[in-house]
Ligand binder design. Structure first.
Ligand code: NIG
Ligand code: FE
Length: 392
């Protein structure tokens, strides 16, 4: 196995308080690290670094764990430029736009869907993302949902069955029949490709009882629940996520005090995943990260990349929004975009730079991670290692 020493790192975020300055980010200045194959083998001060087969000089720049984007919808075709344009002229967002992407996705070939997925994964990787979760949800037939998950599973280990994105247009007059399909034949066809089951619990999509039936059936098939919860309005999604010990409640834009309390109580189980790209692109109110953090919830940041509500693959953009508009400090936002995403995916091997972790990291053309929010819109990610291999 080849070893690589990355040295002369001005500021290294390890996300391991035991390794660094004692803060949650576990910062080490004048740091170095050694990659052995696909794994981090050593982390510490540059002056104490061991020898390695090859050496990379970071020239005083910052190194961070690769971003963990724990929520995206990347198996789709077409785009929704006209809908975005109308929204920016005053129209409001509703779940109904999903149908436009369903029609385009059904009409696309497997090859076109895969090429589009790869294009977006590559775009995200160049911006520092090394782990991607992605979902079905734009097929809404047994065959179209299963092929979306099969295509996704060829490129990421974090695949989510979202047959319950909206009621399929084919079942417009029979939502109960669609829930039967999603919990029956469609689940059976999809479960082999997926790790997670998700439902859009919202007016215009699925109510609390339908969502409970779908998540419970998914869990019985071996999938772990996660929930699109409280995005467009107050509702039962967050409480349901906590009740069913879902890995995450995603969006969390409209929360009562009881919702915040529930997420705080469940901080070791259910992560509150905030998706500021969606509020940006729908001109909605920001989720209140400060309120969740002060209550003790575990918070992740993610892109929600999809052609309707949030067409960005950029974790640095989401960090900048979270710091500027959601009350997060730059340290908190960086943690939520890395270790927080790992928690939302129940992973301990990613989101950290410590011995034994997967060698997923990003080099910034900046002296510290704070620049991600301080210099919004600037492409600061200048090199990416994924499983120890230079990927960008
Ligand atoms: O997470 N909220 C539900 N699903 C997506 C939007 C999908 C779309 O508009 O195409 C979301 O925002
Ligand atoms: Fe989403």
């Amino acid at each position: 196995m080849t070893t690589t020493l990355i040295t002369n790192i001005g500021s290294l975020v390890t996300n391991d308080p035991a390794l660094g300055d004692g803060s949650p980010l576990g910062l080490i200045e004048n740091a170095a690290l050694v990659i052995d194959g696909d794994t981090i083998a050593w982390v510490g001060e540059a002056a104490a670094a061991p020898a390695a087969d090859t050496v990379f000089d970071a020239n005083g720049r910052a190194v961070i764990p690769g971003f963990v984007d724990s929520h995206s919808h990347l198996v789709f075709a077409g785009d929704r430029t006209a809908e975005f344009n109308a929204r920016m002229s005053g129209r409001s967002y509703s779940a109904g736009g999903i149908r436009t992407t369903v029609a385009a996705t059904r009409a696309a070939s497997d090859e076109a869907l895969e090429a589009n997925l790869l294009r977006h994964l590559d775009e995200a990787r160049r911006q520092g993302t090394t782990t991607f979760e992605t979902k079905s949800g734009y097929g809404l037939t047994v065959a179209d949902e299963a092929r979306a998950l099969r295509i996704a599973a060829a490129h990421t280990e974090e695949v989510t069955y979202l047959g319950a994105h909206i009621v399929s247009p084919d079942y417009a007059d029979d939502p109960a029949g669609y829930v039967d399909l999603v919990t029956g034949e469609m689940l059976a066809a999809c479960a082999p490709y997926a790790r997670w089951v998700d439902v859009f619990c919202e007016k215009g999509a699925f109510d609390g009882d339908q969502a409970r039936a779908i998540l419970t059936a998914g869990a019985a098939a071996g999938l772990i629940p996660r929930v699109h919860a409280n995005q467009l309005s107050y509702g039962p999604g967050v409480q349901l996520a906590v009740e069913l010990e879902a890995a995450s409640a995603d969006h969390c834009t409209h929360l009562t005090d009881a919702d915040v309390d529930a997420l705080a109580q469940a901080s070791a189980t259910t992560v509150a995943t905030l998706l500021p790209g969606a509020e940006f692109s729908t001109r909605a109110q920001w989720p209140d990260a400060r309120r969740l953090l002060d209550a003790g919830a575990t918070v992740a940041l993610s892109t929600d990349c999809n052609p309707g509500s949030s067409y960005t693959s950029s974790m640095p953009f989401c960090i900048a929004l979270a710091v500027r508009d959601m009350g997060m400090t730059p340290d908190e936002a960086l943690w939520s975009a890395t270790a927080g995403g790992a928690a939302a995916l129940r992973r301990t091997d990613i989101g950290r730079i410590r011995p034994g972790a997967r060698a997923d990291l990003a080099l910034l053309d900046a002296p510290s991670h704070v620049h991600l929010a301080y210099r919004p819109g600037v492409p600061l990610v200048t090199a990416v290692w994924q499983r120890g291999v230079r990927a960008a």
